[in-house]
Design a protein around this ligand. Structure first.
Ligand SMILES: NC(=O)C1=CN([C@@H]2O[C@H](COP(=O)(O)OP(=O)(O)OC[C@H]3O[C@@H](n4cnc5c(N)ncnc54)[C@H](OP(=O)(O)O)[C@@H]3O)[C@@H](O)[C@H]2O)C=CC1
Ligand SMILES: CCCCCCCCCCCCCCCC(=O)[C@@H](N)CO
Length: 273
């Protein structure tokens, strides 16, 4: 049941920096083939070099693809095709590309709401949409979404960021119900503040209140956060805090499975008719 990372093709969006880069290293250390997706080519090449230091055999490859995951679905679909031609079908997709900007609601530009929703939300939809069909067909796959603690709690200064991270949760939970009968598993990570270049940049925009709220918890190391995310994706366990939801989800899952069998039956009837 756990996904074997050895020889697996893992795509990491946002894999050139911070948490994403550490996720790529973690998977590479376990023998995976990696595709890094981000915009800046220099940062991509730099990260590739760093990841390659952790190789465990001489067949392993790190492929770099420069694309904006939030701009155009066709573009994202194309680069996913390229990656699959080179390294085979994607076994695990990690949607880690994301960005943050804090500020009071009335101080944030309207364009910031649009940008964060595009990058954090649509930037997770597009790559996932591009690989899910093959995953379902192969009955193999893991899709990882990186939300945030601010994707569980709406916090001062995060009106634009939190909402984009809440959106990811809705997407992930609905998608999980669709793909579970195909042995494809969806996980969502809700990391706390983590010491990355993105975090340093975010800190320059934080209002005092946001900073004080953040300072009530400690800052994690990206290596540590990445390790947990990879572990949760490889060995999927249902979050038990959703005890009440479990009953409902279980019965909904059986509806989905029933429809799947029903459809399969109809298709055989069609073919034999
Ligand atoms: N650090 C933290 O405190 C926390 C972070 N998170 C989330 O974790 C994820 C990673 O964060 P972190 O490591 O801090 O971020 P970094 O800013 O350090 O790295 C972000 C990565 O995403 C890429 N990226 C950004 N925008 C795009 C885009 N439009 N298209 C393609 N790639 C893009 C960047 O490369 P490039 O700019 O070249 O495109 C880079 O590789 C984010 O989703 C963030 O919201 C969640 C909780 C806490
Ligand atoms: C059930 C959940 C319990 C949570 C405990 C509450 C602690 C809140 C402290 C502030 C957390 C802010 C996180 C934002 C991290 C982030 O995504 C940005 N840093 C990205 O750059």
């Amino acid at each position: 049941k756990p996904l074997a990372l050895s020889g697996a093709h893992v795509v990491v969006t946002g894999g050139s920096s911070g948490i994403g880069k550490c996720i790529a290293i973690e998977c590479y250390k376990q023998g995976a083939f990696i595709t890094l997706v981000a915009r800046n080519e220099d940062k991509l090449l730099q990260a590739k070099k760093e990841i390659e230091k952790h190789s465990i055999n001489d067949k392993q490859v790190v492929l770099c693809i420069s694309v904006d995951v939030s701009q155009d679905y066709g573009q994202v679909e194309n680069v996913m095709k390229q990656a699959q031609e080179k390294l085979g079908p994607v076994d695990m997709l990690v949607n880690c590309a994301g960005t943050s900007l804090a500020g009071k609601f009335e101080d944030l530009e309207v364009s910031t709401f649009e940008r964060l929703m595009s990058v954090n939300y649509l930037g997770s939809v597009y790559p996932s949409r591009a690989v899910i069909t093959t995953m379902k067909e192969r009955r193999v796959g893991r899709v990882v979404f990186v939300s945030s603690q601010a994707g569980q709690l709406g916090l001062f200064g995060y009106t634009a960021y939190s909402s984009s991270k809440f959106a990811i949760r809705g997407l992930a939970e609905a998608l999980q119900m669709e793909v579970k009968p195909y042995n494809v598993y969806v996980t969502v990570a809700y990391p706390p503040d983590t010491d990355t270049p993105g975090f340093a940049k975010e800190n320059q925009t934080k209002p005092l209140e946001t900073r004080l709220i953040s300072e009530t918890t400690s800052v994690c190391k990206p290596e540590q956060v990445a390790k947990q995310i990879v572990k949760d994706a490889v060995v999927v366990t249902m979050g038990l805090f959703r005890t009440i939801a479990l009953f409902y989800l279980g019965s909904f899952d059986s509806i989905v499975r029933r429809c799947m069998t029903q459809k399969a039956k109809l298709e055989t009837v069609d073919k034999t008719a």
